[in-house]
Write a protein that binds this ligand. Sequence first.
Ligand SMILES: [Zn+2]
Length: 263
Amino acid sequence: VSSPPPKPAAPTSSGDRTLTRMLGLKIGRIVVDPGHGGHDTGTIGKGGLREKDLVLDVALELRTLLEEKLGAEVILTRDSDVFVSLEERTALANQREADLFISIHANSSSNRSISGVETYFLSFARTAAEREVAARENATSESNIRDLQDLVTKIARADKSAESRELAAIIQRQLYTGSRRLFPAPRNRGVRSAPFIVLIGANMPSVLAEVAFISNPKDEKLLKKEDNRQRLARALFSGIEGYMKTLGSDVAQSRATSDQREK
Ligand SMILES: [Zn+2]
């Protein structure tokens, strides 16, 4: 079987040739992180839908797609309804030397008419809305006040990661396209930044996607259906696939990379 000639990585959408792209680095191993679990339910809709259940379903489907269509090696931070701390999730991705980290969450707002998707990369929050999401998603943090300086240093370092921004931009685009087919009136709420504990210290491009608003009653009803959850997984898959393409990381190459590492 002859494989296609290798392609150089494209610049990022802002025109950067990052070190990752100059060195021709590829994606072989992906950590998929369904948020919350166990006693940490995440946000709960008025109709009883729990964030932890929704995001686990989406993550399981995403794993199947990544393995079957791209031959990627996928590691889940949890594959059942168990509690895993935010710090352990990132530590796992670093220990297993993942090339990509995606954390899947669902959003909530006191304004029940809000609908839409947002994708975050790690940086300091700039708006009240970003601060609110970070506070909610970081509720189970095990860090202490004495850790603040260390956390700030790590966030500042990650802020220079053009690859996480690029990954967030491509995932956001696909997530919005997918959610337009799914929900009555979703808004493209854009790529955002916030200091998420689960992304701090990750050694690879990493993002957190808020795939829907559980607080919107119409959307919540739709999110209870299995096929709609699969549609969200497909949208995330398209985002990851799109990002891998910009790296010139095709199926055969990503397989070869994984195989080499096993030796
Ligand atoms: Zn969450």
